[in-house]
Design a binder for this molecule. Structure first.
Ligand code: ATP
Ligand code: MG
Length: 396
């Protein structure tokens, strides 16, 4: 993930684990308090463990980075905490990886962020995923045109986001909408497919979304689908919104959510448009596990064994020289005898054992044993690092 993000020109940022509760109630409304590990500290301050990292990043931007060249491209990875009912894929402590592109608002900046999310999901090894992209402007306009007052729009969108049509309908009626336009709005949330489904939705948002799709296509983003039912509930989303679902994940199938938004003015800054997303790290791992994925572990290339007490320092000298060249080397720390050491080397799947014996040392050699084949050969200590480099010893 870090590698993907830096390949896209994003830089890592860290923010505190606990924050003033206000930071999140300003962003998401007081109802977020129920979802947070919020408490009063000894100084009487209202504190919370962070439930997400976008608000802290934007607060940091407003306080420290408003003069930085734009767009500002940052990413983060860290623990988040939510007071939710724990169940599969839903934890009270979980890791989020996310990115924010701050200070740009056009199809290419949105596409850039979606392409990064796509690239991470793809590189992580997920198979059955799909990226659903919508534009909140299309529904907002429909609601405005139907005469809904701006204050009513968020509560309608929240219900539609969760597909709670029976709850959304009375609110829309109350907002003065006709049955026809209610049906039309509900119809829009069900529009999904290729870019061609946008044909009927003439307007600025539609053109914008089409441009985003073109750039994503040029960037070879796969598994993309237009979905006007992606709403992402909250008020600060301004345009493009997207989610990544994994089909075999059941109820908690969403691994990533994001979109373009404007938050800085809520934290005392000027209005600055941003686009970002957050990926649930733990959920992603769950899917990978289910898909039978085994995390590659860097192999130990050399397990260094001193055959006697007097060889101990030499063993460390050798391990240190290998490590200095980036070759993964381990060394006996348990004062085991040779046979037990070889058994241990086997159990940690070391590729080779380097046996440091007194007799060989007289000719400045060590024995290198291939743990798979059992082949042994003497290698000059001076040539040992090169020997491992040639074996490809600095790979995964
Ligand atoms: P959901 O609808 O599943 O509750 P959300 O809208 O609360 O998701 P976001 O706030 O957008 O999710 O968080 C981004 C990602 O973080 C989610 O897509 C999900 O993968 C992950 N996530 C959110 N809450 C949890 C949790 N309690 N445990 C594990 N992962 C989570
Ligand atoms: Mg949630």
């Amino acid at each position: 993930m870090r590698l993907q993000a830096s390949t896209f020109g994003f830089r890592e940022i860290s923010t505190p684990i606990f924050e003033h509760a206000e930071l999140f109630t300003i962003k998401s409304g007081p109802s977020i308090l129920e979802e947070m590990y919020a408490f009063t500290d000894k100084g009487g301050r209202d504190i919370t463990l962070r439930p997400e990292i976008t608000a802290p990043v934007i607060r940091f931007f407003v306080n420290e980075l408003t003069d930085a060249p734009r767009p500002l491209k940052v990413f983060y990875i860290g623990p988040c905490f939510r007071y939710e009912r724990p169940q599969s894929g839903r934890f009270r402590e979980f890791f989020q990886f996310g990115a924010e592109l701050i200070g740009a608002q056009n199809p290419e900046s949105d596409a850039e962020v979606i392409a990064l999310a796509a690239s991470i999901v793809e590189k992580a090894g997920l198979k059955d995923y799909r990226i659903r992209v919508g534009h909140i402007g299309i529904l907002r306009k429909k609601l405005r045109d139907a005469g809904v007052s701006p204050e009513m729009i968020p509560s309608i969108l929240q219900k539609l986001d969760k597909k709670l049509y029976d709850d959304a309908r009375p609110i829309m009626e109350q907002a003065g909408m006709s049955d026809g336009s209610i049906d039309e709005v509900i119809g829009i949330t069900k529009v999904t497919g290729t870019v061609s489904v946008l044909e009927d939705f003439e307007g600025e948002s539609r053109d914008y979304l089409q441009d985003v799709a073109k750039i994503l296509d040029a960037s070879h983003v796969k598994n993309l689908r237009i979905d006007l039912g992606v709403i992402r509930g909250l008020d600060y989303y301004t345009g493009v919104v997207f989610e990544v679902d994994v089909l075999n994940l059941g109820a908690e199938k969403q691994v990533c959510g994001g979109g373009s938004y404007s938050l800085s003015e809520l934290f005392g800054g000027e209005r600055v448009f941003s686009t970002g997303f957050a990926i649930g790290f733990d959920r992603t791992l769950l899917v990978l596990e289910e898909e039978g994925f085994k995390a590659p572990r860097r192999a130990i290339e050399a397990y260094v064994i001193p055959v006697s007490e007097r060889m101990r320092e030499k063993a460390f000298e050798i391990a240190s020289a290998l490590r200095a060249r980036g070759i993964a080397a381990d060394v006996d720390l348990m004062r085991r005898n040779l046979a037990k050491n070889l058994k241990y080397a086997n159990s940690i799947k070391a590729r080779r054992a380097v046996i440091v014996g007194e007799k060989e040392l007289e000719t400045r050699c060590v024995i290198v044993r291939d743990m798979e084949t059992g082949d042994q050969r003497a290698v000059k200590i001076d040539d040992l690092v090169e020997f491992f480099v040639k074996c490809g010893g600095n790979g995964v």
